[in-house]
Design a protein around this ligand. Structure first.
Ligand SMILES: [Zn+2]
Length: 262
């Protein structure tokens, strides 16, 4: 929906970039207006009253005025700063990954109520020390669904038959699971264990509380990360602007096709 000339909104700061001598452009994710970019004037000056309330990953309450090109942040007040995240590099990098995925998956101006609340819940979970693996897998699966890329986990995408509880295949290219006869030998499909399929379905259909109750052994955690990350990358690779982001995931070891021999 179009914003009025001066409006107040809650927002999570996804990223910032420098503008001119003293300003920044901040990318905000808001419940009612989705993703938007705005100018934060003077925030690179030492005495800026705005700067501390517009740090990346801050949940803030902001007042914006419509500008000719970009809107301008006129006031901001931190609601939650997620301080524990900033003291732990491992958690911080996961939180930044979540923010960047939201950025990548969200066209500007698309309504963002559910994605906003998913990101907020994810930052809170990471900040209170919930298992980062479980938090991120749940986040990835839910974000894929909200963005319209829900993988098909109930029937084989080759023969359309319901999947049976045997080892199947996961194929990012076809958008979900293939049965043993359709999946074996198919390019870019990888074995999917019975347990991994169960957990993927729970990540898709269950609540976070259900997912958190499942005991996930390290090998299963790796398998889940592999399949979901492969699917996320597959969707993003169709978007050329994501190339640099994917390169960075690879450099930072957040995307390593472990267990892939070819
Ligand atoms: Zn099949």
């Amino acid at each position: 929906m179009p914003a009025p000339r001066i409006y107040k909104t809650e927002a999570i700061v996804l990223r910032q970039r420098k503008l001119g001598e003293a300003d920044k452009i901040v990318t905000l994710y808001t419940p009612n207006y989705g993703k938007l970019e705005a100018v934060a004037k003077g925030v690179r000056r030492p005495r800026s009253r705005l700067a501390g309330h517009l740090e990346v990953l801050t949940y803030t309450s902001a007042m914006l005025a419509q500008g000719r090109n970009l809107d301008v942040v006129t006031q901001a007040q931190t609601i939650e700063s997620f301080a524990p995240l900033r003291e732990d590099l491992h958690r911080l990098s996961r939180a930044l990954y979540a923010a960047e995925l939201v950025d990548r998956f969200s066209p500007e101006g698309a309504e963002g109520y559910h994605i906003f609340h998913l990101l907020l819940a994810t930052l809170r979970r990471l900040a209170v020390g919930a298992s980062a693996d479980v938090v991120l897998r749940f986040f990835e699966m839910q974000l894929l669904s909200l963005a319209g890329f829900q993988p098909q986990l109930q029937r084989c995408l080759g023969c359309q038959r319901p999947l049976t509880p045997v080892p199947n295949y996961f194929s990012p290219a076809v958008g979900g699971v293939l049965c043993p006869s359709c999946g074996s030998g198919t390019v870019a499909s990888r074995p999917l264990s019975v347990t991994a399929l169960k957990v993927l379905r729970l990540l898709q259909d269950g609540g976070f509380a259900d997912v958190q109750r499942v005991r996930i052994a390290p090998a299963l955690a790796q398998e889940l990360e592999f399949h979901l990350r492969a699917y996320v990358i597959h969707v993003l690779e169709r978007d050329v602007r994501s190339a640099a982001f994917i390169d960075r995931l690879r450099r930072e070891g957040m995307w390593e096709p472990a267990g892939v021999s070819d």
